[in-house]
Design a protein around this ligand. Structure first.
Ligand code: CAA
Length: 258
């Protein structure tokens, strides 16, 4: 496994773990971290032995946003020509499902990174927000697009325009997180969710993720057409035959593609 300086990477069974590791900066996302994250996530994505990824930070911070100190003096030209965060968008293109395990601050780019994941588990200590307006900028990693889709336009507008943050309970009520768990149980629970996903048929999981992603990006009519095509195509897989045979025979399925 490659050596990284700003993240910790480990494979446990069929689950790839990536831990953001810049504690001195509350895991602020600098260009090195962005490119290391992209490399580690892509390597897991290319590995058929990995069926799910957990992305997490520290107890204090998932990530407190893009690294303000690194970008403060950059020109508009530099930001557009050498976008230091471009690598992070990799997370929105992975075929492997990613479970974000969020404790502490998930602000700005940290909140946006969590929203690129498929499942967001939040510790009861989690704090979410898009405070970029306080820095004289706007969200730059999808916050103005994914947040309204996740929590509705009016709540998203209030957060983006005021910079106010939400605690875990409010984030759960708003629909930003899949579930809130006690902080001490966050990593175990994230591991359990990832293991369940990784135990399913890999091509079927990819198909389910693709269809779910379409729900964020297409019209209802297009999404329904895509779902129906993908659903029918899965009947070409041995794993569909196995899954349904196992149901009839009252036993657990043994998927080949996992
Ligand atoms: N960038 C760089 N360094 C950061 C950082 C960030 N986003 N967030 C925290 N740090 C650093 C602090 O500068 C501090 O370092 P020093 O000790 O060297 O000064 C260290 O992490 C600890 O932070 P604090 O002392 O500030 O800790 P705190 O508990 O008092 O406050 C906090 C925590 C409320 C999260 C506060 O650090 C904060 O407001 N951070 C910035 C949050 C923010 O504005 N994020 C948006 C960034 S812009 C963005 O993300 C753009 C985009 O969409 C791509």
């Amino acid at each position: 496994m490659a050596e990284y300086e700003t993240i910790l990477v480990e494979q446990r069974g069929r689950v790839g773990w990536i831990t953001l590791n810049r504690p001195q900066a509350l895991n602020a996302l600098n260009s090195q971290l962005a490119s290391e994250l992209a490399a580690a996530a892509s390597a897991f994505d290319d590995d058929e032995g990995v069926g799910a990824i957990v992305l997490t930070g520290s107890e204090r911070a998932f990530a407190a946003g893009a690294d303000i100190k690194e970008m403060a003096d950059k020109s508009a030209h530099e930001m557009s020509m050498q976008n230091p965060f471009a690598g992070l968008e990799t997370f929105s293109r992975l075929r492997t499902p990613v479970v974000a395990a969020v404790a502490g601050y998930a602000l700005g780019g940290g909140c946006e990174l969590a929203m690129m994941c498929d499942v967001i588990l939040a510790a009861d200590t989690a704090v979410f927000g898009q405070p970029e307006i306080n820095l004289g900028v706007i969200p730059g990693l999808g916050g103005t697009q994914r947040l309204p889709r996740a929590i509705g336009v009016y709540k998203a507008a209030e957060l983006v325009l005021t910079g106010r943050t939400m605690d875990a309970a409010e984030a759960e009520r708003a629909g930003l997180v899949s579930r809130v768990v006690p902080a001490a149980e966050l990593l175990d629970e994230a591991g359990r969710v990832a293991e369940v996903i990784a135990s399913k048929s890999l091509p079927v999981v990819y198909a389910a993720k693709d269809a779910l992603r379409a729900a964020q990006q297409t019209t209802l009519a297009e999404g329904l057409r895509l779902e129906s095509r993908v659903f029918a195509s899965l009947f070409a897989l041995d794993d569909q035959k196995e899954g349904m045979a196992a149901f009839r025979e009252k036993r657990a399925p043994e998927f080949r593609h996992r």
